[in-house]
Design a protein around this ligand. Structure first.
Ligand code: GLN
Length: 482
């Protein structure tokens, strides 16, 4: 390890604890790296350098007072990049949309409160697809992010800025959000670990809502251990988010001790091993399966028979919820207000027409349509029923296996501008959407590189709801075997 910015949470925390460097030095190293690399990669939209150094200084004081492991978390003094839809008091929160350009958060999201309480340095805001709708970060209205492994390619999305910041060593770790794959797919494209926690495991209070029955905040990191350490600070009950149960949070890092695949039952859902998978993704996924077998896992073929309907269900449920959630952006309460309005209805219509980008408008139109009178039962009502069947598929599978192994996305990172058609873009989430609909936890772990193009590819492990401890153990053992 040559440079401080290359460290993950585990290594940085160790160096800080041993006094090998200070948080100010670590943070300055990240700032210098961002200054040097961000013009090329475009991961960050904004970075509050002064705020970062002030937080780092406070962390150094806390370390000086409470060394020897007395601090509650290993995040003390660690710079974490924040996806630009999570509110941090006093910082912009644009959701990469023109409609929120210039908006400054008046409060901290619960996940940010938790990170700050743990001593993390939350100062940089990273790019994303507008309102988290997309799979390439090309839908950002505020800047372009490229893949640090090949700057002619996309970083994935919607948490593309988070993935590019982690994969490009412009932060120690990052927060992303995942509604249908937005943590896992960019993690796969940029060689990171990306964990989507189970629905309700992490509070969404202060996180701009896309599809409320699906959204989760999760860690994007340089190792599985780092994902466990970051999840620890994020997870738990929050009275401000009614979907978070008051259930104990396991010690995720402790659960990793002695992680092994010996005797672990890994299910291979046959619906996920389809024709049309990129040959290099197929090769690397097969290699991951072989690695698990060699490490002593028991491989079991399973079936999730309703998988083929997941895409259709998602593109009814998610836009329906988005159309309702985005109704609050009306030019009155937040962000952009049209200058060309003479009455209040024109003000709403024009502010929204000027402020939202084409993909967001498409989702609002789709969502409004499937919820409209006369169509509600035919689309939304039926989608909810099929969603239940998809959830049952997973419940039956997890009665037999400890985790499922699947590809993350059908292809490695594609070229910027290559995918123009929205439906082709939607297919990126073919393998990540079903577990989102079911509320399971799932993780993308680096699985290797494509032969000719040298692009990173991840493999997905899916775990039973609220069994992040078990999922992380599997992922850690896989990472060790790789
Ligand atoms: N790509 C999917 C979409 O566009 C998922 C996005 C997400 O998970 N936020 O809806």
């Amino acid at each position: 390890m040559s440079e401080l910015y290359e460290l993950g949470i585990e290594g940085a925390a160790e160096g800080l604890a041993k006094g090998e460097f200070s948080s100010v030095e670590l943070t300055q190293a990240v700032i210098d790296r961002v200054r040097a690399e961000n013009p090329r990669i475009g991961a960050y939209l904004t970075f509050d350098e002064e705020g970062a150094l002030a937080a780092a200084k406070a962390a150094d004081e806390a370390i000086a007072n409470g060394r020897a492991g007395a601090w509650p978390s290993r995040l003390l003094g660690i710079p974490v990049a924040i996806k630009d839809l999570i509110n941090v008091k006093g910082q912009p929160c644009t959701c990469a949309s023109k409609i929120l350009k210039g908006y400054v958060s008046p409060y901290d999201a619960t996940v940010i409160k938790n990170l700050k309480a743990a001593g993390a340095v939350c100062a940089g805001r990273v790019n994303m697809d507008e309102f988290a709708m997309g799979s390439s970060t090309e839908n950002s209205a505020l800047g372009r992010t490229v893949n640090p492994y090949d700057v002619t390619r996309v970083p994935g999305g919607s948490s593309g800025g988070s993935a590019a910041a982690v994969g490009g060593n412009m932060c120690i770790a990052a927060l992303g959000t995942d509604t249908g794959g937005s943590i896992r797919q960019p993690a796969s494209f940029c060689n990171c670990v990306g964990l989507k926690p189970s629905y309700g495991r992490v509070s969404r209070f202060g996180v701009t809502a896309f599809a409320s029955s699906l959204d989760q905040v999760g860690p994007m990191t340089k190792s599985v251990t780092d994902a466990a350490l970051l999840l620890q600070a994020l997870a738990g009950h929050d009275e401000m988010d009614g979907t978070t149960p008051d259930e104990p949070v396991p010690d995720y890092a402790a659960a990793l001790a002695g992680a092994s695949l010996k005797g672990v039952k890994i299910g291979l859902p046959k619906e996920y091993f389809i024709d049309g998978l990129d040959p290099e993704v197929k090769r690397l996924t097969d290699a991951a399966v072989a690695k698990c077998a060699a490490a002593g896992a028991e491989l079991v073929e399973v079936s999730l028979p309703h998988t083929e309907y997941a895409m259709a269900v998602y593109y009814i449920v998610a836009p329906a919820e988005a159309s309702a959630n985005l109704a609050r952006f009306d030019g009155v309460r937040y962000g952009h207000r049209s200058a060309r309005s003479d009455d209040v209805f024109n003000l709403y219509a024009r502010s929204r027409a000027e402020g939202f980008g084409p993909e967001v408008k498409r989702r609002i139109i789709m969502g409004t349509y499937v919820l409209s009178s006369g169509y509600y039962d035919a689309y939304y009502g039926r989608a909810l029923k099929v969603r239940t069947l998809i959830r049952r598929d997973f419940e039956e599978a997890f009665a037999k296996v400890d985790a499922l192994l699947t590809p993350v996305a059908p292809t490695p990172a594609f070229k910027i501008g290559e995918v123009q058609d929205p439906l082709t873009m939607y297919l990126n989430d073919l393998f990540t959407i079903p577990s989102s609909l079911a509320g399971n936890c799932a993780i993308s772990v680096p699985a290797g590189f494509t032969a000719d193009t040298h692009l990173p590819v991840g493999v997905q492990f899916i775990g039973d709801a609220y069994r992040e401890d078990r999922l992380l153990r599997v992922a850690k053992a896989f990472e060790g075997a790789s």
